[in-house]
Design a protein around this ligand. Structure first.
Ligand code: SF4
Length: 387
């Protein structure tokens, strides 16, 4: 079956600014002297640079990356699998991370001090990770302490958060989670406290608590860092079981219940498969929900001739559709839905980064300070130790 490219999006996707942006997880502008995108030798240049570096370099590619970049990845995966892969290659001097900033930070936290993690474009950040800034989170925690409820709360952060936030969670006896193990992380947390403070993705927190753990929607409150006391009364905070940070993924948050209704009318018998970063009503209306790795496994295992509408990033859905021409795999929305920050890593940036390494310079190194890295590692190790 043929892949139908979605139409142009009606609303402009997030446009990233240029120049320094110290308040943002995505860092700063790329300082590189980039090759032109029209250079016909880009593939040959990347191939040659990678060959020249040999085993000294290990290239990681997130599933949402462009095909032009993925072709050079030594391994592909979701953010946690890639960080683990980086840690499993202590002999590689350079880890070139084709993904976004928080992922490169996690790789730096989990690799040896001698290894250098490189992000080909420093402007490749994550809008969700940017929604939780350490100062805001500390302010919220101090409020919980003033209310006398902090000792009852276990902080949990999604992998998609800055190293600062993971460090905060590690310092406060919490845990990191992924979209694959969120239920296990919440189960462990409720064995160690009566409330969870879930950062930064409200949707993953709510979907896991309500749909997988049996909590009521009324057990969840939304903490808005832009409002005094999160926009919540003391009583609401005291009564809540799940305190959800007001953050979301700008890609998965675009799917609506109308997208689900529309595809069900258009394609009778279609299976709707979505990521748990989607809104609660979308996840409720879907047939299947799961992490990126789950989505890939489900599509690989789907019977020939079956129809699937998939609510996740477009590069991945297109790649899966082209890999399975015997199945009808389509994008859940009618309009494009790339992760614009993931897309910052293109072939010119990868060529530039690899050629700089060949020349003996380390470009765009991502380095987490030792204290933050130590506490982030505590929270990551706690995740790895989850029963
Ligand atoms: S898809 Fe969403 S969560 Fe993932 S990097 Fe892009 S903005 Fe962040």
């Amino acid at each position: 079956m043929t892949w139908n490219e979605p139409g142009n999006t009606a609303t402009a996707l997030l446009l990233l600014g240029r120049g320094t942006d110290p308040a943002s997880e995505r860092g700063v502008d790329c300082p590189g002297d980039l090759p032109a995108p029209s250079d016909p030798d880009l593939v040959a240049r990347a191939t040659a640079a990678k060959a020249a570096l040999g085993d000294r370099v290990f290239v990681l590619g997130h599933h949402y990356q462009r095909d032009e970049v993925i072709q050079f990845a030594d391994v592909t995966g979701d953010s946690f699998k890639l960080a683990q892969q980086a840690a499993a290659r202590p002999d590689a001097e350079f880890i070139v991370f084709c993904g976004v900033h928080f992922m490169a930070e996690s790789a730096d936290v989990l690799t040896t001090p001698a290894q250098k993690v490189v992000l080909p474009d420093l402007a490749a950040g994550c809008s969700m990770a940017d929604m939780a800034v350490l100062g805001q989170v500390q302010t919220a925690w101090e409020h919980f302490e003033d209310l006398g409820i902090a000792d009852d709360i276990v902080p949990v952060t999604y992998m998609n958060s800055s190293a600062d936030i993971k460090g905060f969670v590690g310092r406060n006896k919490g845990v990191v989670c992924t979209s694959s193990n969120a239920k296990r992380a919440l189960t462990w947390s409720f064995e160690h406290g009566s409330k969870v403070f879930f950062l930064p993705d409200q949707h993953l927190g709510r979907n896991t608590a309500v749909l997988e753990m049996g909590f009521d929607l009324d057990d969840c409150v939304l903490y808005d860092p832009h409002k005094p006391n999160g926009g919540l009364t003391d009583e609401q905070l005291r009564d809540a079981r799940m305190i959800l940070w007001r953050g979301h993924c700008s890609v998965h948050g675009r799917f609506t219940i109308d997208s689900v209704r529309e595809v069900r009318e258009r394609v009778p018998g279609v299976n709707v498969l979505v990521h748990p970063e989607c809104r609660h009503d979308v996840v409720r209306a879907a047939d299947y929900v799961g992490s990126t790795e789950y989505i890939i496994r489900a599509l690989d295992a789907a019977p020939s001739g079956s129809a699937w509408a998939v609510g996740t990033e477009l590069n991945l859905v297109r790649r899966m559709a082209l890999a399975h021409p015997d199945k009808q795999i389509m994008f859940l929305d009618r309009t494009v839905c790339y992760c614009s920050t993931m897309n910052r890593i293109d072939l010119p940036h990868l060529v530039w980064a690899l050629e700089e390494l060949v020349a003996g310079r380390v470009p765009n190194q991502i380095s987490v300070d030792e204290d933050t890295a130590h506490h982030a590692r505590v929270a990551l190790d706690q995740m790895l130790a989850l029963p």
